[in-house]
Design a protein around this ligand. Structure first.
Ligand code: ZN
Length: 100
């Protein structure tokens, strides 16, 4: 291919000066105050624009149940935190989730 124009390091660097990726825009959650990605559900409380989208407590309990079952299937020892939870009182999803 023919050389069309003078091409310097400076021109290349100047062009590439706009290639940087901008940081993620965060805003505080109206419900719990934790920073979350704009236009997305809050990962901590499961709300979006003041509405409850996901019941976080239910989701978390399901995930823990699945992990516990998987460990049992594989013949692994239960997690130390799980043992501690079993000793203390069981989690009450209604009291813990702040669903209105
Ligand atoms: Zn929140």
């Amino acid at each position: 291919m023919t050389v069309r124009m003078r091409h310097t390091k400076s021109h290349t660097a100047n062009r590439r000066s706009h290639h940087a990726i901008a940081g993620v825009r965060l805003s505080a959650c109206n419900h719990c105050g934790k920073p979350h990605i704009s236009h997305a559900m809050c990962e901590r409380c499961g709300t979006y624009r003041g509405r409850q989208i996901v019941d976080i407590m239910k989701k978390r309990m399901r995930t823990e149940e699945r992990a516990k079952r998987k460990r049992k299937e594989l013949g692994m020892e239960p997690n130390k935190r799980e043992e501690k939870d079993a000793e203390t009182k069981p989690l009450d999803p209604v009291a813990l989730s702040r669903k209105k």
